[in-house]
Design a protein around this ligand. Structure first.
Ligand code: NDP
Ligand code: 8X3
Length: 249
């Protein structure tokens, strides 16, 4: 019987590549996001093993109702891919828009944690499951303008580590994938709201691509069930962690 994966944020970027890869790997995939027409297009492209399911990660009631809202036969989720998320703005904290902070926290932290909470009991009861989250190098290394975005990904990092403790003794796996510079998605367009500035982020680089993330995830979840990859930090070869900064007067 095919395993069921639920991928959040499957309308673009990593989530779309992951959903596509998992259907090709033989999973049945519940693809979620807000943009219905994109979910429908993906379903038309990938066939009956992809279920388009509209879900706003900031809608707590929809998340709470999720298991019962899924069609019969799609409720026993084996793999939850917590991918939906965003960065908004690059301003320094002292200049940042608080509404942007609220949206990032609501999506990357609150919605992600609530959805995990809703699906974990089924995984524990079946004694099988895998929660894969999309953290970021921004949750490990600080950078100017990363303030709340990086902090949401640091939350993801510690949340997944704590989940491993709570799930000890159950055959439910938890993995946090933490990519660095990655092109081919809408991440920078959403963050900077300026296509030219977004394109400049990747100028002269060979960044990771959404397919690289999908390939990594595909490997992690295909490992024997007793093997848990806790964290994967990944960067393109054109990127490395920077040094400490000093202000000189
Ligand atoms: P994209 O902007 O291409 O895709 C983001 C996805 O998240 C979209 O499908 C969007 O769907 C969904 N999403 C955003 N807000 C909501 C919401 N309120 N409810 C439901 N879905 C939502 O970004 P990426 O593919 O690049 O990023 C995917 C994940 O990877 C994010 O968590 C990001 O932080 C992380 N990441 C990205 C990196 C990068 O450099 N690109 C590097 C490291 C981590 P819709 O708008 O249709 O709702
Ligand atoms: C995305 C990577 O470095 O743009 O999470 O924050 S970065």
């Amino acid at each position: 019987m095919k395993q069921i994966a639920l991928v959040t944020g499957a309308t673009a970027g990593f989530g779309k590549a992951i959903a596509t890869r998992l259907v090709r790997d033989g999973y049945r995939v519940i693809a979620t996001g807000r943009r219905r027409e994109r979910l429908d297009a993906l379903a038309a492209e990938l066939g009956p093993d992809l279920l388009a399911f509209e879900l706003d990660m900031t809608d707590a009631a929809a998340i709470a109702a999720l298991p019962g809202s899924l069609p019969e036969g799609w409720r026993d989720v084996d793999v939850l891919v917590n991918n939906a998320g965003l960065a908004l703005g690059m301003e320094k904290a002292q200049e940042a828009d608080v509404a942007n902070w609220q949206t990032m926290i609501a999506t990357n932290v609150t919605g992600m944690a609530e959805l995990t909470r809703v699906l974990l009991p089924g995984m524990v009861a079946r004694d099988r499951g895998h929660v894969v989250t999309l953290g970021s190098t921004a949750g490990i290394y600080p950078y100017t303008g990363g303030n709340v975005y990086g902090a949401t990904k640091a939350f993801v990092r510690q949340f997944t580590r704590n989940l491993r403790c709570d799930l000890l003794g159950h055959n439910v796996r938890v993995t946090n994938i933490e990519p660095g510079l990655c092109g081919g998605s809408e991440f920078s367009t959403v963050r900077l709201r300026d296509p030219a500035r977004a394109a400049a982020v990747y100028e002269g680089t060979k960044p990771l691509l959404p397919e690289d993330i999908a390939e990594t995830l595909s490997w992690i979840i295909a490992l024997p069930r007793h093997v848990n990859i806790n964290e994967v930090e990944m960067m393109p070869t054109c990127q490395a962690a920077g040094g400490l900064a000093v202000a000189r007067g």
